[in-house]
Design a protein around this ligand. Structure first.
Ligand code: C2O
Ligand code: CU
Ligand code: CU
Length: 502
C-alpha cells in the first residue's frame, strides 16, 4: 500500500499550470502560505493566527428530495480533505449523508436499505412523525433488510437532521459517517427573504481523532465524558475553509459531534445574528458574540462580512471553556478547554450590501406554561450501576434504557413542566422525540435561559449543577417516543427512557 500523503505545493502548481484543478483546489494554493498569513494576521488587532498550514475547501452536501428517496447504507470511502480517503459506512456513498430538502406538507417517502454489517434504523431528529416513522431502536433492521418511512411532513421550516438510532451503536454509526442534514422549507419563511442558494451554508460541525495516515478513527470511545477528537471537521472535511464575498450568509449549523460542545465565536469579535434554532426561526433576530451548540442542537446564524476587507479571512472558531463540577476528581481532564478552528471564511470579493433585517421573524407558538397540568423530574447522573452496584453508569432517574420497559406515560395534548437536573459530573444535552418544548428557566450553573434557547427546542444542554425547566406538550402523535442524552456515548450506555404518549 502506498501511504496517502498531502499533495505538495509543487504538485499543485503543476496541476494548476495544466488547468486541471477545480476552483476549490486552486484555492488550496493560497492555503499554503502559513508564514505570510500568520505575519499579516499578527499585525492586525483581533485577527486570528492560523494554526495549520493546510486547509481544505468545505464541501457542499449533495441534496436530495424526500419523495421516493432511497438511502442505501453501505461501507465505502470518502474524501476528507487534502486527498485523504477514509473508509466509513455511508448513505448513498456520501459524507456527510445527503442533505434532504423538503417542503412542509409534502409526503416524506424514504426507504432505507441496510447493507452495513450492523442493524440500522434512521431517526429524523426534530421531525414529529407517527411512531412508526420515528426510528425508535426497536425498529432497527438487520443487514440485508429495508425499512420504509412514509408520512406527511408537518413541521415548521427549520434545520433538522438525521442519524442512526440503533441501540448501543449510535456513537459508532455517527463516527462512521451516517448523519445528514434535513431542511424543511415553507412559504412563511421564504417570504422573509433570508439568504438562499450559494448564500445558505448548511454546516455540520464535528471533531475527530486522526490515525497516522490522517484518517479519522474512533478507537477508544470514552464512556465517561464521551468521545472527543482533537481535529475540527466541517461537512466531513478536515480544517475547512470557504471562499465568500463580503455580503451576508445564512449558516445552518448542526453540532453532529458525539460529545463536544462548540462555543462559536468570530475571530474578529463581531457578532452573529441568531435567527433560529432547533424548531425553526425564532420570533426575532438576536445579536450574539458567542453561541454554545451542544450535540444534537442547531443554530441558524446570519454572518455579515461587509466589514471584513477583501483579501482577508476570519475564523469561526470554537473557544475553550471551563467546566463546572467535579471534573477535576476524574483526573483534571476537560477537553472543552481547547480552542478549535472550525471554519475559515476567506473574503475574495465585494458582495451585495446586506439589507436591514426585519425586526420580527415568525410567531413561534408552542406550549403555554400557564396551562400546565403536571410536572415531572428527570435526574441525570453518573452512578453506581443500579443492578450490579459496582460499575459506574450514566442513568436517568437511576435507571438505564430497556427496550421493552415504558418509563413514563404522558397524556396526549396535555401541557406539563418537566425539570432536567444534572447532579453529575458531565454536560448532558437532553433530547426529546415527538415534540418540541420551550425552555422556561435555568437554576444553578449559568443561571439563565441563554439567548439561543428561545423559540422551540428539541435538545437543551444541562451543565453540571444545573436544573432546566421546560414546558412541553405532545400534540403531534400518540405512541412510543424517547427522552435521552445526546452525548452519544451516554445514550449508548443507556441514558435514555421510553415515553409513551397516550
Ligand atoms: Cu438525534 Cu434520539 O436523537
Ligand atoms: Cu431526535
Ligand atoms: Cu449525557
Amino acid at each position: 500500500m502506498t501511504p496517502p500523503r498531502h499533495p505538495s505545493r509543487r504538485d499543485f502548481l503543476h496541476l494548476a499550470a495544466l488547468g486541471a484543478l477545480s476552483l476549490g483546489e486552486r484555492s488550496l494554493l493560497r492555503a499554503e502560505s502559513p508564514v505570510t498569513l500568520a505575519t499579516e494576521a499578527m499585525t492586525r488587532p483581533g485577527a486570528f493566527v492560523p494554526s495549520v498550514a493546510m486547509r481544505h475547501p468545505l464541501r457542499r452536501c449533495p441534496e436530495v428530495s424526500a419523495s421516493g428517496l432511497q438511502l442505501l447504507a453501505k461501507p465505502g470511502t470518502a474524501q476528507v480533505g487534502g486527498g485523504v480517503a477514509a473508509e466509513g459506512w455511508l448513505l448513498n456513498g456520501s459524507l456527510p449523508s445527503p442533505l434532504i430538502r423538503v417542503r412542509k406538507g409534502e409526503l416524506f417517502d424514504v426507504e432505507l436499505v441496510n447493507q452495513i454489517p450492523d442493524p440500522l434504523i434512521l431517526h429524523w431528529h426534530g421531525l414529529t412523525p407517527p411512531e412508526g416513522g420515528d426510528g425508535h431502536p426497536r425498529f432497527a433492521v438487520n443487514p440485508g433488510a429495508r425499512y420504509h418511512y412514509r408520512f406527511p411532513l408537518e413541521n415548521r421550516a427549520g434545520t433538522y437532521w438525521y442519524h442512526s438510532h440503533t441501540h448501543h451503536r449510535v456513537a459508532l454509526h455517527t463516527q462512521k459517517g451516517i448523519a445528514g442534514m434535513l431542511i424543511v422549507e415553507d412559504d412563511e419563511e421564504a417570504a422573509l427573504g433570508l439568504p438562499t442558494g450559494e448564500r445558505e451554508i448548511p454546516l455540520i460541525l464535528q471533531d475527530r481523532n486522526l490515525d497516522a495516515r490522517g484518517r479519522p478513527v474512533y478507537a477508544h470511545p470514552n464512556i465517561m465524558e464521551g468521545h472527543m477528537g482533537t481535529e475540527p471537521f466541517g461537512n466531513g472535511i478536515l480544517h475547512p475553509f470557504l471562499e465568500v464575498d463580503s455580503g451576508r450568509y445564512r449558516f445552518r449549523v448542526l453540532n453532529g459531534a458525539n460529545a463536544r460542545i462548540f462555543r462559536l465565536e468570530r475571530s474578529d469579535g463581531r457578532p452573529f445574528t441568531l435567527v433560529g434554532n432547533d424548531g425553526g426561526l425564532m420570533d426575532r433576530p438576536v445579536s450574539v458574540t458567542s453561541v454554545d451548540v451542544s450535540p444534537g442542537e442547531r443554530v441558524d446564524l446570519l454572518v455579515d462580512l461587509d466589514e471584513v476587507p477583501v483579501g482577508e479571512s476570519i475564523m469561526i472558531w470554537s473557544r475553550g471553556f471551563p467546566l463546572e463540577g467535579h471534573i477535576a476528581e476524574l483526573g483534571g481532564q476537560n477537553r472543552h478547554q481547547v480552542d478549535l478552528e472550525m471554519l475559515e471564511l476567506r473574503v475574495m470579493e465585494d458582495g451585495p450590501k446586506s439589507p436591514p433585517l426585519p425586526a420580527t421573524l415568525l410567531p413561534v407558538g408552542g406550549p403555554d406554561p400557564a396551562q400546565a397540568s403536571g410536572t415531572r423530574r428527570f435526574d441525570f447522573t453518573f452512578d453506581r450501576d443500579p443492578l450490579t452496584r459496582s460499575m459506574e453508569a450514566h442513568s436517568i432517574n437511576g435507571v438505564r434504557f430497556e427496550m421493552g420497559r415504558i418509563d413514563e406515560h404522558v397524556p396526549f395534548g396535555a401541557t406539563e413542566i418537566w425539570s432536567f437536573v444534572n447532579d453529575g459530573w458531565f454536560p448532558h444535552p437532553v433530547h426529546i422525540h415527538g415534540t418540541h418544548f420551550k425552555v422556561l428557566s435555568r437554576t444553578g450553573g449559568r443561571g439563565q435561559v441563554m439567548p439561543w434557547e428561545g423559540g422551540l427546542k428539541d435538545t437543551v444542554l444541562i451543565q453540571p449543577n444545573e436544573r432546566v425547566d421546560v414546558a412541553i406538550s405532545f400534540t403531534a402523535h400518540r405512541g412510543l417516543f424517547l427522552l435521552h442524552c445526546h452525548n452519544l456515548e451516554h445514550e449508548d450506555a443507556g441514558m435514555m427512557l421510553n415515553i409513551q404518549v397516550e
